[in-house]
Design a protein. Structure first.
Length: 274
């Protein structure tokens, strides 16, 4: 399974690279086509969210981030920055997973009339989500410099943290894209599931705030590890969790392999169903 994922990734990096880049660009630009500010909205959206979080949590609720990760932050915006760091990682996951069940359904032309590598549709969706994540990351780092005064050198680990999440998103997206063709209710079901996962992830609260006996269950949430490690690397400057990263990467590769194998198996019936 993993070898098949490697082969598909190699094909995408060589044969389909230019097509994928062009379609990602078209999708990103198409989202803002016709608007006055155009692509600038990709910057305004996370900036506005950060401003709202800063006001609500630091001014209204006067919240402070507890736990071992934060050394008693004093700045009004500290809580918002810490929250935002987890939220941008969750948004990448949610955007990919929510779109997956309708990817094939919204690109019927590619199934019926064109010889097209359908497996690249999930990669294109991931590429679009990654663009918005990187814009949000720029906003996050700028806010961190304003509120906290510095960014730790451990931020260099961020691409490593992102890598297994990308594998996981691809695997789940391939699986859901194939399943969504046959079960049309998947879009609504997945949307509900991602909402639940968001609120049982340590995004709005530290992992240490959860009773110890329940933490092991929260750690099974696919987004928990990357949220925690993103904060540790980008904000708190804590040592990188290599053992956890290897486990998460292995799981991500296995999920990617299973998802791709399922997609390749069921794609033969797409034209008949659509």
């Amino acid at each position: 399974m993993i070898s098949e994922v490697v082969n598909v990734v190699r094909d995408m990096a060589t044969r389909h690279r230019q097509m994928i880049l062009q379609m990602v660009k078209r999708e990103v630009l198409g989202r803002y086509r016709g608007s006055v500010f155009g692509l600038a909205w990709s910057f305004f959206n996370p900036l506005l969210l950060l401003i709202v979080y800063t006001f609500v949590f630091s001014v209204v609720f006067k919240a402070r981030w507890g736990g071992a990760g934060a050394a008693a932050p004093q700045s009004h915006g500290d809580f918002a920055v810490i929250l935002f760091a987890g939220l941008i990682m969750n948004n990448l996951f949610v955007e990919c997973i929510n779109r997956a069940p309708s990817l094939i359904l919204s690109n019927v032309t590619y199934v019926k009339k064109v010889v097209f590598p359908l497996e690249t549709l999930t990669v294109i969706a991931l590429g679009s989500a990654l663009f918005h994540l990187l814009v949000s990351l720029i906003v996050l780092i700028a806010a961190q410099l304003i509120f906290m005064g510095s960014v730790p050198w451990t931020v260099v680990y961020f691409p490593l943290i992102l890598l297994p999440l990308m594998f996981l998103c691809l695997g789940l997206s391939w699986f859901l894209a194939g399943l969504g063709v046959y079960i049309r209710d998947m879009t609504q079901a997945v949307s509900l599931i991602t909402i639940v996962l968001t609120f049982i992830s340590p995004i709005f609260y530290p992992l240490s705030a959860i009773p110890e006996r329940m933490q092991k269950y929260v750690k099974l949430n696919p987004i928990t590890f990357v949220v925690e490690e993103t904060r540790n690397a980008v904000i708190f400057g804590k040592p990188f969790n290599w053992s956890g990263w290897w486990i998460y990467t292995a799981v991500g590769l296995v999920v990617a392999g299973i998802g791709l194998a399922w997609f390749q198996k069921v794609r033969k019936g797409f034209a008949d169903v659509l």
